[in-house]
Ligand binder design. Sequence first.
Ligand code: HEC
Ligand code: HEC
Length: 384
Amino acid sequence: MKHLSHTLILLPLLLWAGCGDSDTASASGAWVWNLPDTVPPPRVPEDNPMSEAKVELGRFLFYDTKLSGNQTQSCGSCHRQELAFTDGLAQAEGSTGEIHPRSSMSVANAGYAASLTWANPAVVRLEEQALVPMFGEDPVELGMTNMEAELLRRLREVERYSAMFAEAFPNQADPINLDSITKAIASFQRALTSFNSKHDRGSSALTLSEQRGKALFFGGTTEAGVPDALECFHCHGGFLLSQAVDHDGSEFNQQTFINNGLYNLDADGSYPEGNQGLFDITNDPADKGKFKPPSLRNIAVTAPYMHDGSIATLEEVVDHYARGGRMIESGPNAGDGFDNPNKSSFLNGFEITEQEKQDLIAFLRTLTDEELLTNPAFSDPFAQ
Ligand code: HEC
Ligand code: HEC
């Protein structure tokens, strides 16, 4: 029944698109989501509807080094397309050389994040998040603090931008302003959807090894005879492969922050100073080490892993979960993450054979969407 009504609603639209002037939709700049049936569109704020012109303007701004104080960096410096919009570094490096405490995150599918960044429940709109790398001082990323007027001056000097802003924001007399800059960048990021991996083509597209890895990931029984031993899907499930998902029409707040046992300084659950996740916002000791479980889409190209890039490879990630937490023998971060009092009760370790480990990693590699990494619509327009 559900299916039927869906078809009935779609049918007139398809007919309408099929006959008459097929240029109407693109000429008006109406946005068409290119998504599989199983994936709902992202939530789009009412004050920032999608349009082709806005997404294209957002692409230029995302890659424009005029957005950094010393004009050396753009968003794209830390969010590189070929690395699924990450940077390959353990910790990001800002335009003035300052090292960020955390690792750059993929902005593919950022429109679906229940909260943005590694552990801040207050950052939920892409429009607002963009202000952090631009104007933030702790740490310095693009380094534009107090330079808003200078930024607008730089953009107004570029002829192409006058036309692009006017087209993207047709109802504004003077569209080159900070509000429209952040709106355009947000729209570009909402357009960065990524659901065209081998995994999305269904189990029949997978090799036997990948299929076995998929079964283990989603709760299958290990050779040691334990069903659901790996638990991966509990936190990295659903269409986003993250539990912390939001989309158009979703009614529940799916924000979640979890401690996965990376550290246990002083055996009291502490993580390294200044990088304690949700605790840095709430100051509640029970929140030490709690971070957003990221989407595992494109995970094979986004190494190194975790909020601080402290795990280099997928093999080591699996070892980490198999042990149920990381043991650091000596040094300032010494401690056994297995015993972290804030660790999720799902993470107790498991027995895994070498073959099972390879199968699981083979499955994780099927989550790469080559189209995302090469699509010219998402690429750096200044590099051509
Ligand atoms: C110096 C490197 C750097 C630059 C430049 C940079 N970012 Fe980031 N980005 C990061 C890091 C690091 C994080 C994680 C931040 C945290 O958790 O505190 C991040 C996180 C994000 C996220 C959150 C993704 C998610 O799934 O939660 C978005 C969105 C984002 N950046 C967009 C942008 C935009 C837009 C720009 C340009 C205006 C930009 N970034 C510039 C390094 C950078
Ligand atoms: C109880 C929830 C939970 C379970 C179960 C879980 N994870 Fe995670 N995962 C997380 C959290 C939270 C993070 C981020 C932690 C951090 O950075 O401090 C994470 C991070 C990761 C990362 C790094 C992501 C990145 O972008 O750097 C990978 C890879 C990963 N998990 C794979 C797995 C696999 C494979 C399994 C099953 C063996 C699994 N996870 C089980 C919660 C979970």
